[in-house]
Design a protein. Sequence first.
Lengths: 253, 253
Amino acid sequence: MTRVIVVANQKGGVGKTTLVVNLGAALAELGQKVILADLDPQSALTAGLGFDPYTLTRTAYTLLTRDHVSLASVLRPIGDNLVLVPGSVDLAAVEYQLADAPDHAFRLRNAFFRSRVPADFILIDTPPSLGMLTVNGLVAATELLLPVQCQYLAMRGVRGLLESIWLIHERLNPDLNLLGVVATMYKTGSDHSREVLDELREVFEQKLFDSVIQDEDAVAKAPVACKSVLAYSPRSSAAAAFRRLAQEVLHAQ
Amino acid sequence: MTRVIVVANQKGGVGKTTLVVNLGAALAELGQKVILADLDPQSALTAGLGFDPYTLTRTAYTLLTRDHVSLASVLRPIGDNLVLVPGSVDLAAVEYQLADAPDHAFRLRNAFFRSRVPADFILIDTPPSLGMLTVNGLVAATELLLPVQCQYLAMRGVRGLLESIWLIHERLNPDLNLLGVVATMYKTGSDHSREVLDELREVFEQKLFDSVIQDEDAVAKAPVACKSVLAYSPRSSAAAAFRRLAQEVLHAQ
Ligand SMILES: Nc1ncnc2c1ncn2[C@@H]1O[C@H](COP(=O)(O)OP(=O)(O)OP(=O)(O)O)[C@@H](O)[C@H]1O
Ligand SMILES: Nc1ncnc2c1ncn2[C@@H]1O[C@H](COP(=O)(O)OP(=O)(O)OP(=O)(O)O)[C@@H](O)[C@H]1O
Ligand SMILES: [Mg+2]
Ligand SMILES: [Mg+2]
């Protein structure tokens, strides 16, 4: 049974893309078959793996806007047990293009249902908004993974997101559950980060993963080398944290 | 002559909102009359100044979607020489609501033209996307201020943004110029930040402001106190940097 996990948080720059590429790599390392899907018109996931979202054809855009496109036909290998549904700048047009389609929120979900691709995990990266692209991710998934930055005000957007999840759960996808919350960009030695982490623990309790992703240069440098941080800097604290998170995710269900 | 400056960068979490509130406060401190305008449905600028974007009426949303609404009727005082056009969660609907209006890119600009509010500066905060809200900001402005995070890959999105600026310049707003680039979230002691800053200097030359905004807890804590960092932590490096930036902006024209 494929676990379809959408990584969403409409606040910008909180570590969604970083979580998708690195959790994906860690699960693949454990022998899980993983598909990463890039739904963001800015396609940082895609670019950070060495592809050009300006020129690619056969992308998430094709999957969302054309009928009868198979998932298999858009997949690109990126490593052992790891394949990518690349994003494209064309995704920016999806809002308008799908507006009148009666199944506009179900395009990604239907594409997954049609496909015969065996995968243990599909991890979906989403843009910093609550528009049709993120909604497609939320409707296609059974689990939501919520990265929250260790900054004051991180909780603000979480309320809006959880309300949207609830609406989607009620009206479009009763299967969607909160898998958990991952604290990201934790600055060691910052009392600010410490206080936010404590508050996250209080609010989310067991739903907050033990693994905390620290702010570490290697994480930001890895995509420039077109690698996950596990490949780029295997002995970094971040690599260890993502590996630990993969174990937690495997056992969370 | 009012200088209308749009702060834009479609990448999330690069410091747009932080720049608007703190540069605005620094200009107001120098005696300039400043209007801050929040075009982001997430309305972090508005919330960080103590307002509730879920319940406010008379907001940027009203200004964009109704005819004959005066700028004066939506302004809220926030300090000496400082007023706010608040954002609202309703802004999320603007994309659809304005889609068929022939003047959809000009709504904000026309609202500014209609108004008789004397201001030296209008600073416009935009969401992390290149949709109709950011376009309204780019069309209403004469100057673009571009915050760029001191992270590898910061330059990626800048290319897409500059292409959009060029298109807007050609088709919608020939008055729009690049005021300059501000390096944000610089991590002292990080060779990574140093390298990115050097590259920004190389690429943007004189257009890169000398003032660099460092990563500093006080900046993230200030909005929780509903203050600018100048008010919250006047002796922080960040407060000094924003004050210096205000001087550079004043003399940049
Ligand atoms: N733990 C970390 N340490 C250092 N840098 C990080 C860390 N996590 C993410 N970053 C960097 O911060 C920036 C933002 O992260 P990322 O792109 O993953 O966030 P995002 O939520 O996907 O952003 P967006 O909303 O724009 O899609 C990137 O340059 C990334 O490399
Ligand atoms: N110099 C800084 N030092 C420390 N924290 C900062 C700094 N600049 C911004 N931040 C914090 O980083 C987060 C993102 O900044 P900000 O909201 O200004 O970015 P943004 O580009 O407006 O994001 P979005 O694209 O989501 O609108 C906020 O929590 C902010 O308080
Ligand atoms: Mg991302
Ligand atoms: Mg912002």
